[in-house]
Design a protein around this ligand. Structure first.
Ligand code: COA
Length: 174
């Protein structure tokens, strides 16, 4: 597996389209009231990263150049991220200890092979080289991926209830 950021990719547009397919396939939200809602959803969890932090948008390719998975991250969580996800206000205090954040998804065939751990390690390596002291992510208490994050050193720092869902902020100091 090779890891490249969007600007390092030989064909960024094609790579981004493949990653977008993985994003929608991996999302638990499958239906939208219309195109506007679909685009807002894309912007919130995918587009804002590709557009505003392309060097932190990492793509995992196989030997043929096919995209297996991606990590969309930000080295510092900014007001624009909080504005897109108002529920993050409940986690504002944790942003100082863990300023960076990430979203990661692999295509179904590429899951369970240990590739996600390699991609997260590369993101952390790049963060450390920029002296970023910590990173976090948000997931649901009942999600299967909690075990994946725990084994990679992301531990519960806080939890909040949003409607009927309990959300976890998992953090790792670098
Ligand atoms: C979560 C994910 C990025 C992990 O990458 P990976 O390369 O599959 O992970 P690894 O092989 O290193 O580790 C295996 C662990 O990943 C997680 N995992 C594997 N397949 C998964 C799936 N279909 N859905 C959710 N988590 C999965 C599990 O925690 C698994 O451990 P388990 O088998 O003991 O339950 C990847 O499985 C994935 O894209 N899952 C679906 C989407 C998702 O949950 N994204 C994170 C949103 S916050």
């Amino acid at each position: 597996m090779q890891i490249r950021s969007l600007p390092e990719s030989p064909s960024p547009r094609t790579a981004l389209e493949a990653a977008e397919g993985i994003f929608f396939e991996s999302s638990s939200k499958k239906t939208f009231s219309g195109e506007e809602e679909r685009l807002r959803f894309r912007e919130r969890y995918f587009g804002v990263y590709a557009e505003r932090d392309p060097e932190w948008f990492l793509l995992a390719h196989d030997g043929n150049g096919s995209v297996l998975g991606y990590l969309a991250g930000a080295p510092v969580t900014r007001e624009e991220h909080l504005a897109l996800n108002p529920y993050l206000e409940g986690f504002r205090r944790e942003m100082t200890l863990y300023p960076a954040h990430l979203h990661i998804n692999f295509s179904p065939e590429a899951r369970g092979l240990g590739l996600g751990s390699l991609l997260i390690s590369e993101f952390e390596r790049r963060l450390k080289s920029h002296s970023i002291p910590g990173v976090h992510l948000v997931t649901g208490v009942t999600e299967r991926n909690v075990g994946f994050y725990n084994k990679n050193g992301y531990l519960e720092a806080s939890r909040i209830r949003v409607g009927s869902t309990e959300l976890l902020l998992l953090g790792k100091r670098l």
